[in-house]
Design a protein around this ligand. Sequence first.
Ligand code: AMP
Length: 371
Amino acid sequence: MAIDVPVRPLLVPGATIGILGSGQLGRMLAMAAARLGVKCHIYAPEPGPAFDVAADFTLASYEDEAALAAFADKVAVVTYEFENVPARAAEVLAAHCPVLPDWNALATSQDRLTEKQFINSLGIATAPFAQVDDAGSLARAVAQIGRPAILKTRRFGYDGKGQTAIRDGSDLAVQFRSLGGVPCILEGLVPFLREISVIAARAADGSFAAFDVCENEHEHHILAATHVPAKVSADTAAQAIHIVHRILDGLKYIGVIAVEMFIVEEQQADGSKRERVIVNEIAPRVHNSGHWTIDGATTSQFEQHIRAICGWPLGSTHRHGRIEMRNLIGEDTNLWRDLMGESGACVHLYGKHEARAGRKMGHVTRILPEE
Ligand code: AMP
């Protein structure tokens, strides 16, 4: 889809930016924006944690073109806190004001197939994958990729939703139907040593800044903790950041991005071992594994995103110590009083009322002495 983006004026403090989505990422973006004298107007189909801290909000669906147009007319730039924005909504908005990052970045990362094809087109490794449109093509994909493998829906997957493992003896037709019979990809299982992510930003002038590489621990497919710096060699960390720089330049991206990667260890011909970086997925937005930057870096990922979309210089990504960030998921949030009594624990609560299992209620960041 070709969209003519209107000429982008440089924003000044006092401007209002629009954010699609009312979750905690929108909340933390709005709080960072407020610190820089920027107001936020949230647009979402459901109320959420971002509404409590924003200057204004619109409660309407992403299909309501009149509401989208009215919203876009009130803001200087639109950004988003989640990537599943419908194409038509992005098109309507872009006719009224700049949408950053642009539709190209959004479209590329909304679909696991186009995302992996784009990454491979830059010469960057991903898990082996094959397109799956029906049970027949799943059988062919399994013959090509082998077992075990992971079948993932091409669109709308998050926190392990829209995925199923294909093992020896799995009934392929049943597995395909269990994901709703929608277009999928089959991915080879990567025998990873670690999972890492790089949070980085690219500004309108092409300048680039990355935070130190994060190492992520998942439980039940949900991020449980992030440790920074990741326990990888300096060479591997540089390789990971270089990969993200190429992805951002390839997308002509403006804003903060998160790229999740696997580290695998490969045996060399001489018997030595070497770390290799494989890209798992791109999130074209601020990311849970970057929450530590609020307390642990000179500029937070949220402020960095605001700076980038306003056309301002990127801030320093300097890290203040060794970092441990833990999510407060579901009932973990009941620990809030103990955590607040813990010296040095930086507690963040998202103001969600119901602590449902698997729901991200807050996080706590600890800044520890460097090892
Ligand atoms: P995703 O939604 O693609 O990020 O997957 C969620 C989690 O599932 C990842 O963080 C990994 O722990 C695991 N996972 C996903 N894809 C693969 C893969 N191809 N090989 C091994 N583990 C995977």
